[in-house]
Design a protein around this ligand. Structure first.
Ligand code: 5GP
Length: 195
């Protein structure tokens, strides 16, 4: 039985991780399973429990940490987010490539927990420029001037983390970035299973 990859996709807020993720999930030839995380944050309009996240309260999240159910977890803007471990392992064993869209703190935990696992593929998605990122955040038209400033400051910090990733992909166009990620996945999957 072929073993699946564990693909970690990170990048600063506003870079378009969600859009790129949706595009690569459409590409059926790469056998991709998206790992739905647990979060303590409130559900946003349009979200569904079990699709974007499993929405849990603090006590349940804590129980999952204590029972060792999480592959990694991190706090982000007052809430906690984590990856259910069993599902990831089960899907990889069944030959699926598993995609995690997680922040840099969580990614570092995966890198250190699974440092001998050559099926781990880490990808950092970056904007073509910081001006472009600011334009995208402003383009959403939903944030106040102070929030935009805060997000941009945080993005500058997050951009320094790209050096920890195996691949850096520029989101200059969703299609092109998705093509590049798909070809990375195909290459790494073939290498893993030719051993
Ligand atoms: P949002 O609240 O906008 O959905 O997500 C906030 C941040 O949390 C994003 O950077 C997202 O990638 C990250 N995130 C989502 N799920 C997880 C997870 O399971 N673990 C970690 N470490 N970060 C996550």
């Amino acid at each position: 039985m072929e073993k699946g990859l564990l693909i970690i996709l990170s990048g600063p807020s506003g870079v378009g991780k969600g859009t790129v993720r949706m595009e690569i999930l459409k590409r059926k030839e790469i056998n991709l399973f998206y790992s739905v995380s647990l979060t303590t944050r409130k559900m946003r309009p349009g979200e569904m429990d079990g699709r974007e996240y499993y929405f849990v309260d603090d006590a349940e999240f804590q129980k999952n940490i204590e029972n060792g159910n999480l592959l990694e977890w991190a706090g982000y803007v007052g809430h906690r987010y984590g990856t259910p471990k069993d599902k990831v392992e089960q899907m990889r064993r069944s030959g699926m490539n598993v995609l995690l869209e997680i922040d840099v703190t969580g990614a570092m935990q995966v890198f250190s927990n699974l440092k001998d696992d050559d099926g781990v593929v880490s990808i950092f998605l970056c904007p073509p420029s910081m001006e472009d990122l600011e334009k995208r955040i402003r383009g959403r038209g939903t944030e106040s001037e102070s929030t935009i400033k805060w997000r941009m400051e945080r993005a500058e910090i997050e951009m320094n983390e790209e050096k920890h990733y195996q691949y850096v992909v520029t989101n200059d166009s969703v299609e092109r970035a998705a093509d590049e990620i798909v070809s990375i996945i195909k290459r790494r999957s073939a290498a893993l299973n030719s051993k």
